[in-house]
Design a protein around this ligand. Sequence first.
Ligand SMILES: Cc1cc2nc3c(=O)[nH]c(=O)nc-3n(C[C@H](O)[C@H](O)[C@H](O)COP(=O)(O)OP(=O)(O)OC[C@H]3O[C@@H](n4cnc5c(N)ncnc54)[C@H](O)[C@@H]3O)c2cc1C
Length: 66
Amino acid sequence: MKEDFEVIIIGGSYAGLSAAMSLGRALRNVLVIDSAEPCNRQTPYSHNLITHDGQTPASIANEARQ
Ligand SMILES: Cc1cc2nc3c(=O)[nH]c(=O)nc-3n(C[C@H](O)[C@H](O)[C@H](O)COP(=O)(O)OP(=O)(O)OC[C@H]3O[C@@H](n4cnc5c(N)ncnc54)[C@H](O)[C@@H]3O)c2cc1C
């Protein structure tokens, strides 16, 4: 099955998912390609990230993907 996309985002962590959310809300057809190696993958939990303090980076990204 062939599908056309208006935007392809390389990198599906916080920045890429934020861009995808904005573009989706603008009714753009978006593809996110991600190799799942975010820069913060070694850190046990987040600090000073409002509403997400103490969560793991993976749980924040999973919530964003939902
Ligand atoms: C050790 C550490 C601890 C941190 N702790 C905190 C904290 O406590 N609080 C806080 O607010 N911030 C913290 N940060 C900062 C925060 O993690 C970064 O600002 C944030 O992750 C940047 O998001 P990003 O989407 O730009 O990049 P990333 O999260 O690094 O995501 C980039 C994504 O792109 C993918 N990618 C890259 N190249 C390709 C390719 N060619 N093809 C496909 N996919 C690709 C990668 O696999 C990855 O999933 C920390 C950072 C580090 C390194």
